[in-house]
Design a protein around this ligand. Structure first.
Ligand SMILES: [Zn+2]
Length: 151
């Protein structure tokens, strides 16, 4: 399949360190389209959609954010806590608006598994089905997300 100039432009941006330290692609040799396609196939095998995952992440972030940095326990399953930073992050696609530079740390009480995400991660998953490239600092594995958020 021929790649459009906008696909190529986007890849350049995703690989640059300007928007995110180290870029969004890490050392992943695949194109962003391939990363998105393969993660989508993985989600399909796991029986979840990117929208379901993003919705669950957003709910946990909102509950944790209301606790102003204190850890909160939810559903007898999660301990969630938000770390807020000054400033914002922008979507590389690009989209208007900024996402708060906030991290959500979500730990399962039963397994001890922990996942950390930013508000931008939630947007990238929801709007673009993009979990970032392998080796990127904020790459989220769809399998880990499903295991922590839904099992
Ligand atoms: Zn976007």
């Amino acid at each position: 399949m021929k790649r459009s100039p906008s696909d190529i432009q986007l890849e350049k941006l995703l690989r640059s360190s300007k928007l995110a330290a180290g870029g969004f692609m890490g050392d992943d040799p695949r194109t962003p389209e391939e990363v998105i396609r393969e993660d989508a196939a993985c989600l399909e095998r796991l029986g979840k959609t990117a929208a379901q995952i993003a919705e669950r992440m957003r709910m946990l972030t909102e509950k944790a954010s209301a606790a102003l940095g204190n850890p909160v326990q939810l559903e007898d399953k999660f301990e969630v806590r938000c770390e807020e930073w000054k400033g914002g992050l922008i979507c590389p696609w690009p989209h208007p608006g900024r996402f708060p530079k906030r991290l959500t740390v979500c730990r399962r009480l039963d397994t001890g598994r922990q996942i950390v995400w930013s508000d931008l991660n939630i947007h990238l998953i929801e709007a673009h089905g993009f979990f970032e490239g392998k080796g990127a600092s904020y790459r989220l594995e769809p399998e880990d997300l499903v295991r922590v958020l839904f099992e």
